[in-house]
Ligand binder design. Structure first.
Ligand SMILES: NC(=O)c1ccc[n+]([C@@H]2O[C@H](COP(=O)([O-])OP(=O)(O)OC[C@H]3O[C@@H](n4cnc5c(N)ncnc54)[C@H](O)[C@@H]3O)[C@@H](O)[C@H]2O)c1
Length: 339
């Protein structure tokens, strides 16, 4: 039985507590939140769980084997480092840290102490994204030409991070998992409509080696909620609409074929293919349940999580490049490629 302590019981923390509490091989022993009124809710719902307003109490507690951190990003580094130094495994919310330098230090600390460091890239554990990954990897979609996503609503304005660090993280983590290729350059533009606040609308374009392009549009100031992603391949195309109740993923057997005209080599003939559309069956389990289970598995067996510290670091590097580009009105920022 792995004993879990959760720090942060705001908006997202309750989902983590519920999913860990439901697992057979884990139990939630403690919850920390600075706000006393949040702890009252824990006590009413989970009478056997101890509560504290001091995260250090939880981290030092002898009946906590692993710490789950669901606080705003500015706290991720300090809390993760304190937990690792106390010998605890860590699952930390997205984005893993406020800078790539912090993420690198967290990875190093976990590696040195042989502890699990995992980041909550929730979408990676959804049936929809796993299906899209399978379709991509087994060649059903052909060569991937583009990733194009819109993630907008009247969202909660965050005070510590811009909209890219809040919403685009989801797309970047989906791309990281599905494409398994890293962008070579990034350009982003965006604006803040509240003086002194971070940007609440942003457009981020990513370039890769070869004919693949990605675009992510995120916005906290939209009158409607849209969560729609298109993945265009040379053989088939996918539309992922996360707001659809059942058929979230649709695969279109549509595309083009390009042949040089026999009469004139300078002229291309573009042929259109319009075949069937189908909605594949998806795993129905709640993503956080699959993810919590995966974390417990990694802690029990000392294995590397799918969304490990390195995955968190790759996303933070992209976010840093995008923020730098955005503050220079979209200047192209090139990214160092892993050797
Ligand atoms: N994976 C997802 O889909 C998803 C969804 C929403 C939020 N998140 C992430 O979860 C994290 C938290 O977001 P949220 O919306 O729940 O924020 P929130 O502000 O609603 O909740 C954070 C809670 O942490 C508490 N807290 C802050 N610092 C603390 C400390 N040092 N010790 C103890 N308690 C502390 C606050 O009192 C608050 O109750 C963020 O990193 C966010 O990006 C992830």
């Amino acid at each position: 039985m792995i004993r879990i302590g959760v720090i942060g019981y705001g908006y997202w923390g309750p989902n983590l507590v519920r999913n860990f509490a439901d697992l057979r091989d884990a139990g939630v022993t403690m919850v920390a939140d600075r706000r006393r009124e949040r702890l009252g809710q824990v006590e009413r719902r989970y009478p056997s769980v101890r509560t504290t307003t001091d995260a250090a109490d939880l981290i030092q507690s002898a009946d906590v084997d692993a710490v789950v951190i669901a606080t705003p990003v500015e706290q991720h580094f300090d809390l993760t480092m304190a937990a690792l130094r106390a010998g605890k495994h860590v699952l930390v919310e997205k984005p893993i840290a406020s800078s790539s330098e912090q993420a690198e230090r967290m990875i190093e600390e976990a590696r040195r102490r042989r502890l699990v460091l995992m980041v909550d890239h929730t979408f990676v554990y959804t049936g929809a994204v796993q299906k899209i990954r399978d379709l991509t990897r087994n060649g059903d979609l052909g060569d991937i030409y583009y990733y194009d996503s819109v993630r907008i609503n009247l969202g909660l304005f965050q005070h510590d991070v811009n909209v890219l660090w809040d919403l685009a993280v989801h797309d970047l983590s989906i791309m990281d998992f599905v494409l398994q290729r890293q962008p070579t350059a990034v350009s982003a533009t965006g604006l803040a409509h509240v003086a002194g606040s971070p940007e609440n609308i942003a457009y981020m374009t990513m370039f890769f080696d070869g004919p693949l392009i990605a675009h992510v549009h995120v916005n906290w100031l939209a009158p409607v909620k849209i969560r729609r992603t298109l993945l265009g391949g040379s053989r088939r195309m996918v539309v992922f609409d996360d707001l659809e109740a059942s058929e979230k993923v649709k695969v279109y057997d549509r595309g083009i074929s390009v042949d040089p005209s026999p009469e004139n080599v300078y002229q291309m003939l573009v042929g259109y293919r319009s075949g069937d559309m189908w909605a594949p069956k998806l795993a129905l389990a709640e993503a956080l349940s699959a993810e919590a289970s995966h974390f417990i598995d990694c802690v029990s067996h000392g294995s590397e999580p799918t969304t490990d510290g390195e995955a968190g670091l790759r996303i933070v590097r992209l976010l840093e490049a995008a923020s730098a580009s955005m503050s220079a009105q979209g200047r192209l920022v090139t990214l160092e490629q892993p050797v």
